[in-house]
Design a protein around this ligand. Sequence first.
Ligand SMILES: [Zn+2]
Ligand SMILES: [Zn+2]
Ligand SMILES: [Zn+2]
Length: 111
Amino acid sequence: MMPPAAFLMLANVAEAESASSYRAMQCAHVSSIRDVRPRTPSGCEECLATGDHWVHLRLCMTCGHVGCCDDSKNRHARKHAGADSHPIVRSFEPGERWVYCFIDDEVVGEI
Ligand SMILES: [Zn+2]
Ligand SMILES: [Zn+2]
Ligand SMILES: [Zn+2]
């Protein structure tokens, strides 16, 4: 069982405010993070629908959309982030915990 993502991120924000040397979490979009469940745990939602292939998967932290990464030809995670104004994703790869903001174009923390 993973703890709720939103709780962990809020804890990180509090840490950032108390420690001036803490560089991460300066992204203003972390407020869009929700306690999401993957809508299509088996793969990229759009690629599954069209029978396409992907390289890596990203999980939208606002709505639970699963999309393919920028190394995949369709880049559905980035398209979803722009189209639905859901800028924050986490890696949906096993063992990867990083959280990325498409607007700031950087990793903004870990879950
Ligand atoms: Zn951001
Ligand atoms: Zn895709
Ligand atoms: Zn989304």
